[in-house]
Design a protein around this ligand. Structure first.
Ligand code: GDP
Length: 369
């Protein structure tokens, strides 16, 4: 029998079925001699990485290797989906190595944001999720904000060591890595792609002046994030690319908000109060009475209530209901991973139900604002 073809660049087994998975090559090139996977092709030809995602098991295998190295671990998280993109188990895998938390997408917050307060919030949330970090840096890879601080912090904390960059998918890791590549690499030096020790996964090595490298690892897929389960064509409306425009609704108990057909928010019990919705402006919010909500959904799902569109709804997971109690006199908000958050005005407390696709992380958290 013939051995399955492998990438001439990184050695990974080639496949032509799934573009987003490691080892992808167009079918026409699959059996060519010296065929390289799309990731290697991009790195070689365009000096940029492409998104390759792995599932949790593969990722944990890969992370396990880091603890036996002497390195700095740079963990990139998405400020828009903090609890969804944080790798809370990271501590166990990195051993004694310090973790630098790089919080990306701060461009989604208004320039008047109290950044010190936000950094404290990040630190506290990371601690609550069980992650100890050496430092927190805020940045926007896309808008090129805070990139100098990232480079400074990496240089300060790595102290002659290799740097591993880890993160979930869609946090902006490629955008940031591509910036690092253009910053650190010049024509004389070549980017190398090599297999990660002990696994079949490739990683990108960006050479540093002192002979050490920045090592990019594949993005981990967390199925609890809305951004992982929406149809690909809806990703652009789900992921905000402009500063968030919070929408405030004065609600009486027994009123409902639909966020497209992605999630539903029922105000069950409590005094009339305001709820502020922070989601991408690409999504439409509909308000109705709780008693009409089921009918409205049955009649308008996939049309007025979208995304997802009608033809995609059958593939979309059915909703499950989460009952949450917002305590009085607290600054709490309902967080729906990958979709955004809804802040209660908080004086008198509220009982709410969130309907979200099965498996999506829904929780109460201290308000980010
Ligand atoms: P990766 O999967 O972690 O490698 O993420 P990408 O670099 O491919 O980025 C994922 C999505 O987030 C893309 O739509 C990017 O345009 C977007 N993105 C990346 N960095 C930023 C940022 O700083 N701000 C905003 N608003 N979006 C960003």
């Amino acid at each position: 029998t013939k051995k399955p073809p492998h990438c001439a660049g990184c050695g990974i087994a080639l496949q032509s079925e799934e573009q987003e998975k490691p080892g992808y090559v167009p079918a026409s090139s699959l059996n060519k001699e010296e065929a390289v996977c799309r990731r290697c092709f991009r790195i070689k030809n365009y000096n940029e990485t492409s998104n390759v995602a792995v599932d949790q098991d593969e990722f944990l295998k890969l992370l396990g290797g880091i603890s036996s190295t002497d390195s700095l671990v740079v963990h990139i998280v998405d400020l828009f989906d903090f609890q969804g993109s944080l790798i809370s188990g990271l501590q166990r895998f990195v051993g004694q190595n310090p973790v630098l938390l790089v919080v990306n997408k701060i461009d989604l917050f208004p320039p008047v944001t109290n950044w010190n307060r936000l950094r404290n919030w990040v630190q506290k949330q990371a601690r609550e999720e069980g992650l100890k970090v050496a430092d927190v840096v805020l940045c926007s890879a896309r808008r090129n904000i805070g990139f100098d601080r990232v480079v400074e912090a990496v240089n300060a904390y790595r102290q002659g060591r290799d740097v591993y960059v880890v993160g979930a998918t869609n946090v902006g890791k490629s955008t940031l890595i591509n910036r690092l590549i253009s910053d650190y690499s010049d024509l004389e030096r070549e980017l190398t792609v090599s297999r990660y020790p002990g696994t079949t996964l490739d990683a990108v090595h960006i050479p540093l002046d002192d002979g050490k490298s920045i090592i990019d690892t594949p993005g981990i897929v967390y199925a609890w994030r809305m951004s992982e389960i929406v149809p690909r064509k809806d990703l652009a409306s789900l992921l905000p690319d402009k500063p968030l425009k919070p929408m405030t609704y004065q609600l009486n108990a027994q009123q409902t908000l639909f966020i497209g057909a992605l999630a539903r928010f029922d105000f069950i019990e409590g005094e009339r109060q305001s709820f502020t919705v922070n989601v991408s402006s690409g999504l439409t919010i509909h308000r109705t009475k709780l008693e009409r909500a089921d009918d409205l959904y049955a009649q308008h799902r996939g049309e007025m209530l979208s995304p997802p569109a009608k033809e995609d709804l059958d593939e979309f997971p059915a909703w499950t209901r989460h009952r949450l109690r917002i305590a009085p006199n607290t600054k709490q908000e309902v967080f729906i991973s990958g979709l955004g958050w809804i802040q209660a005005s908080g004086k008198t407390g509220a009982v709410v139900d969130v309907h979200a696709p099965k498996g999506i992380k829904v929780m109460l958290r201290e308000s980010i604002h």
